[in-house]
Write a protein that binds this ligand. Structure first.
Ligand code: ACO
Length: 337
């Protein structure tokens, strides 16, 4: 019996030793200098500040300078996240960039960022899941860390949507903005990320797309964002509620246990609908869509960075991130700060 109990306790010790989690240890954000207000847009297309604000909650968005690429925005945000984490470039051993607006077809924006950071020979790749990109990238990095394949991952969402908008189409150009957000995710013996939940349904690929491609040196099809706004709205509200419940159920938590909801910032009405369905007061929801517009894969890490830096998010609190985007893709990450 004595030998058995020794055996059992050594198994527990081994399990404890092999228990790896990932934690966000630093955040950073970057918004290009140029601000485009709703009033500026009134001079470009047939729209009004009142229409944009009442339908979307957006008052302004940032627009990248002509020379700024997704990797440049990512570089600024990454440096801030690494500074906050106290991690040097050579300590980063995985880089994942979520973007739908890469610098070029290849190499990946993550490889370009690695070079700009001077981050050595770690694996680097892009994730293309549109507005769910950051959630997909964070979930992937978490799995790398828990599998023991890396210690410090740099996870970035960076977008220059201004490049894929038809600036004469009022139904889409008023909705988006440029920006980047980044986190350093490090190995830890306590969570951190509690669970991640990813989904996709390619049947809906036509309701939100940039359907262009390149062939024979020419652009084939439309290289601008197209969207069936109403269909996207209904789909987004439905799947976000589902994925939030999935995350809560897996962790035996109630919506009331969540201290901060950090939703993808597409539209204040989508955010309010999700919060209402969960019975969460808007005071617990981080909102940046008013100032940033929809920055796609950058919106969640930008909102997270804002709430970390102004002290809203505190140690031990439950934070739930959720996003939905073209594909269709959607997902959530639940973590303890
Ligand atoms: N200014 C003034 N009028 C406009 C504008 C504009 N910028 N854009 C459209 N309109 C007009 C339309 O032409 C239409 O006019 P009509 O009635 O004479 O035909 C009228 O406004 C109403 O158009 P709807 O599309 O029905 O407006 P709706 O209330 O649905 O709002 C919106 C449109 C804001 C796009 C909404 O559908 C929405 O939020 N959808 C979610 C989409 C979204 O957020 N996508 C982001 C990417 S996806 C993601 O990140 C999840």
């Amino acid at each position: 019996a004595f030998a058995e109990s020794i055996c059992a306790s050594s198994i527990i010790v081994k399990r404890r030793r092999s228990m790896r989690y990932s934690r966000i240890v630093g955040t950073g954000g970057y918004l290009p200098e140029k601000v485009l207000t709703n009033h500026d847009l009134e001079r470009m297309v047939d729209t009004s500040d009142e229409w944009i604000r009442s339908r979307t909650g957006i008052t302004q968005r940032h627009i990248a300078a002509d020379h700024e690429l997704a990797s440049d925005l990512a570089l600024h945000a990454s440096r801030k996240a690494m500074e906050a984490a106290g991690i040097k470039a050579e300590e980063i051993d995985l880089i994942i960039v979520a973007t739908t607006t890469p610098d070029m077809i290849f190499p990946s924006t993550a490889c370009i960022l690695q070079d700009k950071l001077g981050a050595g020979n770690c694996p680097a790749f892009d994730v293309q899941a549109v507005c769910s990109g950051f959630v997909y990238a964070l979930a992937t990095a978490d799995m790398f860390i828990r599998a023991g394949r890396c210690r410090n991952a740099l996870v970035v969402g960076s977008e220059v949507y201004s490049r894929i908008l038809d600036w004469s189409d009022r139904s889409t150009c008023v909705l988006f903005g440029d920006g980047a957000g980044a986190v350093v995710l490090s190995q830890s013996d306590r969570p951190g990320i509690l669970s991640s939940h990813l989904h996709a349904d390619g049947k809906h690929s036509k309701i939100l797309a940039v359907p262009g491609s390149i062939c024979d040196g020419k652009v084939q099809g439309k290289p601008f964002l197209i969207m069936e706004g109403n269909t996207v709205f209904k789909f987004a509200v439905k799947v976000l509620e589902e994925v939030v419940h999935e995350a809560l159920a897996e962790n035996n938590l109630q919506a009331s246990d969540i201290d901060w909801l950090i939703p993808h910032q597409a539209n204040i009405r989508i955010i309010q609908s999700t919060a209402k369905k969960l019975g969460m007061p808007m005071e617990k929801v981080v909102v940046t869509v008013d100032k940033h517009g929809n920055t796609s894969a950058a919106s969640i890490p930008l909102a997270l960075d804002a709430a970390v830096r102004d002290g809203r998010i505190k140690s031990g609190q439950h934070v739930l991130m959720e996003g939905v985007g073209g594909g269709f893709t959607w997902g959530a990450v639940l973590l303890r700060w």
